[in-house]
Design a protein around this ligand. Structure first.
Ligand SMILES: *[C@@H]1O[C@H](CO)[C@@H](O)[C@H](O)[C@H]1NC(C)=O
Ligand SMILES: *[C@@H]1O[C@H](CO)[C@@H](O)[C@H](O)[C@H]1NC(C)=O
Ligand SMILES: *[C@@H]1O[C@H](CO)[C@@H](O)[C@H](O)[C@H]1NC(C)=O
Ligand SMILES: *[C@@H]1O[C@H](CO)[C@@H](O)[C@H](O)[C@H]1NC(C)=O
Length: 201
């Protein structure tokens, strides 16, 4: 890892205990490029028996990065997370947008940061959410339908208490089915509950 500034923080329930370096991308059930250059990527694994979805989002910035779901394609009504690493500390928020403006922070925080990482050019957010967060007002209700995945990033981190500086060029969207045709591939899952056999939908 020489020469790589690697900042790694274990935050939540999934504490792996050690900083193992950049994520192993073959651990994920699905991987999709969200931009034309393949620099913005979303990896995810629905864990149906646990009722959650693990996500790994990467974007080519060491500022803030954001990704989420938009029922209508645009910012209006979008459910997104925004996060990054500021001065070595992770920040992460479950947000929603009521217009073509900066998103507001959700009253109920339903997305959980597992780890945030930076390598000098890119930022990774590994986070999870329940499939049904029960926040019917401010979270997108994930179903088998395709949904517009929206993403954006900014060149720098917001200061504490400051809004992320919006960068109109660094944004996009792609329609994807999050739960479509997915079997529950998590190996820990299968061994933890063999009766489910990792195939329950
Ligand atoms: C990444 O994960 C896959 C699947 O679990 C495994 O086969 C592979 O050896 C891992 N690669 C590294 C570099 O750990
Ligand atoms: C960070 O990781 C990305 C993706 O693996 C890679 O393209 C980029 O060159 C890395 N940056 C540095 C400074 O190592
Ligand atoms: C999600 O949970 C809420 C609250 O328990 C419930 O009202 C709602 O019907 C659930 N949604 C789905 C799709 O099961
Ligand atoms: C687990 O699922 C696989 C693939 O569907 C199936 O072939 C196998 O028989 C199942 N095992 C058990 C114990 O249900």
């Amino acid at each position: 890892m020489a020469g790589i500034l690697l900042q790694c923080v274990v935050v939540a329930v999934f504490a792996f205990g050690v900083c193992w370096g950049l994520p192993n991308q073959s651990r994920w059930a699905r991987t999709e490029a969200l931009d034309s250059k393949g620099q913005v990527r979303l990896h995810w694994t629905p864990r149906i028996t646990k009722g959650d979805i693990q996500f790994l989002f990467v974007a080519p910035s060491t500022g803030w990065v954001g990704v989420g779901f938009s029922p209508n394609g645009g910012m209006i009504g979008a459910d997104m997370v925004i996060g990054g690493i500021r001065n070595g500390s992770p920040y992460f928020r479950d947000c929603h947008s009521v217009g073509n403006t900066l998103p507001d922070v959700d009253i109920q925080q339903d997305y959980e940061l597992v780890r945030a990482m930076e390598n000098g050019t890119h930022t990774w957010l590994h986070f999870s959410r329940k499939i049904n967060t029960t926040d019917l007002l401010q979270d997108y209700q994930i179903t088998n339908e395709a949904v517009d995945i929206i993403w954006a990033y900014g060149e720098r981190d917001p200061r504490i208490g400051e809004e992320p500086a919006y960068h109109a060029l660094n944004r996009g969207e792609r329609s994807l089915s999050i739960l479509d045709a997915i079997v529950d591939v998590g190996q820990e899952e299968a061994s933890a509950d063999p009766s489910k056999n990792g195939t329950e939908i």
